[in-house]
Ligand binder design. Structure first.
Ligand SMILES: O=C(O)c1cc(=O)[nH]c(=O)n1[C@@H]1O[C@H](COP(=O)(O)O)[C@@H](O)[C@H]1O
Length: 233
């Protein structure tokens, strides 16, 4: 069974809180994810301060016309993220523009892993139908994933329910980053397609992304340590 990394999602507007959680990730040797909530509330100077001495996954889920996405990525070069997300629903031209922008604006040793978000883990069949998609989440994730890899992403974001299927069709090498993680018997909150950390590891996730199950726990560091042991033991 492959070892799976933990990425801790720092979903907060409070820089002190983010730093506190980031130290939990430091202590367990794991990566942090900074998303829209922190970035919009605190700005890029705060993002860069959190990133100092750390590897960050900058999850801004870029989704716009190709020129705008390419220009936005160029503006992100000083932040030096280790991972960056774009929405695959932006289509192949947008993804190709994102790829070209990374290749043009980042030095080889500093290029982020470009991740294509497939079907959000908060979406079930009903939500897919509501945007005119009659394929199942599994079929849609594979369709978007294949297209995105062909257009230039390095890896994919998907729910744990699709990991085994993607591994069968795309092989072992594609980085699969997997949110929608909940501890056994825990509430799913707004997530629809969920599994436990151990199930996601067994399915073949490269990394799991965990936010609230750790950050809302009464002892976040204990939960983080327990999950890391399950993922790497
Ligand atoms: O790109 C992501 O990281 C992402 C994609 C997705 O489909 N679903 C999803 O939940 N995420 C992110 O993963 C994290 C999940 O947080 P929790 O539900 O609190 O564990 C959040 O920061 C989401 O923004």
């Amino acid at each position: 069974m492959i070892k799976t990394g933990l990425i801790l999602a720092l979903d907060t507007k409070d820089p002190k809180q983010a730093e506190e959680w980031a130290r939990i990730a430091d202590a367990t040797g794991q990566m942090i994810k900074i998303g829209m909530e922190f970035t919009y509330a605190c700005g890029f100077d705060a993002v860069c301060r959190l990133a100092m001495g750390r590897q960050i996954f900058l999850d801004l889920k870029l989704h716009d016309i190709p020129n705008t996405v390419a220009s936005a990525i160029a503006s992100l070069a000083p932040v030096k993220p280790a991972m960056l997300t774009i929405h695959t629903m932006g289509g192949k031209d947008m993804i190709k523009a994102a790829r070209q922008s990374i290749d043009m604006h980042f030095q080889d040793s500093q290029k982020p892993i470009l991740l294509g978000v497939t079907v959000l883990t908060s979406m079930d069949q009903d939500n897919l139908n509501s945007i005119g998609i009659s394929k199942t989440p599994l079929e849609q994730v594979l369709l978007l994933g294949k297209m995105a890899i062909e257009a230039g992403v390095d890896g994919l974001v998907c729910s744990p329910l699709e990991v085994e299927y993607l591994r069968r069709h795309l092989g072992d090498q594609v980085p699969l980053v997997v949110p929608g993680i909940r501890l056994p018997d825990a509430v799913a909150d707004d997530q629809q397609r969920v599994m436990t950390p151990l199930q996601a590891r067994k399915a073949g996730a490269s990394w799991v992304v965990v936010g609230r199950p750790i950050t809302k726990a009464s002892h976040p560091e204990h939960i983080a340590q327990m999950i890391v042991q399950q993922l790497q033991g």
